[in-house]
Design a protein around this ligand. Structure first.
Ligand code: NAD
Length: 392
């Protein structure tokens, strides 16, 4: 939905950005935006970790002002856009403060860690009339855009049911379990933090909202008794231990770390338009996948982001399986980071409304809350009241 009012003169000259959260993803997207336009300038940054501030200052010149209070950053008159890439639990207060200061916002996924936070953010955005872009990088990847286009063109007819998964390689899993993401108070659940992308993609493909969900999950591998698997695999070619090769600021041992997220989970969803879906995640995959298998009234589509593979076959006696591969860039979320950054620059310089924003962020997060409530409470959840409470 276009909820945008552009201020007079805003599309001319330089655009100032303020960055809240200068860790890996904050720097990644800002670096890409700066490389795309010399008119975008980082004017202000805010991060409680001196190491993140130092890394940002190494790269961004002229040196931006460093703020301790995100509210002061958002209030600065030379900041037009606030870019938020802090821990998920802070997205609510930082987004609302920026919108109330009259700034446009780019906020990383997931939207927030609670339903009340999502409802408050949605209301603040509707009130503000400013642009809001959520970091659903995969939405912008050529791979998923091609799948959506094929579905819209009727490649499988009407979708009836589907499978989707995100199974995560062992080192990536180790990173999650040794990082701030291991604690629900900072990140929300594993499903929300890691798989909100996949839930968003399915919401988009199916074109509806979840009506009922059920789920089972648990922490079964990243436990002290499985520490031996680090020795079993041994170090990588640079001498770094297995399960601890991902870069990052905090490196706890993923087997002995305190944590309250699951490392494997399955879920079933029924959408309001009748489509049914199954989901699977696991953080210790020998064969990492981000796969979809979509069955429709006239055909089937099978896809995996890792290989960029898309196969379609129409139902019939003499049909062939069509192989429709896309370019895939494993380092940039399937090429999505590059396209997202270009669209951000288009929003900043030309006022182009973001193609994915607050409502998509809230729909994905709320679906995840319902699935995790189903897992935690051991029952089928009716999602209807969740939509009402959020204001969607
Ligand atoms: N779109 C994607 O595909 C994608 C990929 C990775 C991460 N993310 C999201 O980006 C965000 C950051 O993740 P990351 O991988 O960069 O983590 P990170 O640990 O590399 O960086 C997080 C940074 O936030 C800072 N921070 C923590 N609390 C803060 C606060 N109150 N105010 C300001 N800064 C604060 C930390 O000090 C750290 O520098 C998260 O929301 C995460 O879910 C999105």
């Amino acid at each position: 939905m276009n909820n945008t009012k552009i201020r007079k003169g805003e599309n001319m000259g330089e655009i100032g950005i303020g960055v809240i959260g200068c860790g890996g993803m904050g720097r990644n997207i800002v670096n890409r935006v700066l490389a795309l336009s010399p008119r975008v300038k980082v004017r202000a940054i805010c991060d409680p970790d001196a190491r993140s501030i130092a890394k940002a200052l190494e790269k961004w010149a002229p040196a931006p002002r460093v703020y301790e209070d995100h509210r002061e950053l958002s209030a600065a008159s030379d900041v037009d856009w606030v870019m938020i890439a802090s821990w998920n639990c802070f997205h609510r207060e930082q987004t609302i403060a920026a919108l109330e200061a009259g700034k446009h916002v780019f906020c990383q996924k997931p939207l927030a860690t609670t339903l009340d936070d999502c409802a408050a953010m949605l209301a603040a955005w509707r009130q503000s009339g400013r642009m809001f872009n959520i970091g659903f990088t995969l939405r912008y990847s050529p791979h998923y855009r091609r799948i959506k286009q094929l579905l819209d063109e009727g490649a499988v007819g009407q979708i009836v049911s589907m499978e989707f998964n995100e199974t995560i390689g062992f080192n990536h899993g180790g990173y999650i379990m040794g990082d701030w993401r291991r604690l629900r108070q900072y990140a929300g659940t594993h499903l929300l933090e890691k798989c909100c992308h996949d839930v968003d993609l399915v919401n988009w493909m199916v074109g509806s909202r979840a009506r009922r969900v059920a789920s089972f999950g648990g922490l079964d591998f990243f436990k002290p008794e499985n520490l031996r698997h680090m020795d079993r695999i041994g170090p990588d070619k640079n001498g770094r231990p297995a399960y601890q090769t991902w870069p990052g600021l905090v490196r706890l041992n993923p087997f002995t770390s305190d944590k309250d997220i699951v490392d494997n989970q399955v879920a079933i969803l029924e959408y309001e338009n009748g489509v049914r879906a199954t989901f699977h995640t696991n953080c210790n995959a020998g064969l990492p996948e981000r796969r979809m298998y979509i069955l429709g009234t006239e055909g089937a589509l099978r896809a995996d982001l890792g290989e960029g593979a898309i196969q379609v076959q129409r139902i019939g006696f003499d049909t062939q399986c069509e192989d429709i591969s896309t370019e895939t860039d494993a380092k940039g979320h399937g090429g999505g980071d590059a396209v997202l950054s270009q669209e951000l620059v288009d929003s900043m310089l030309e006022g182009k409304p973001p193609s994915v924003g607050m409502e998509e962020g809230a729909r994905s997060a709320v679906t995840c809350f319902a699935i995790d409530d189903a897992m935690d409470q051991g029952r089928v959840i009716d999602v209807g009241p969740y939509w009402t409470r959020t204001g969607l």
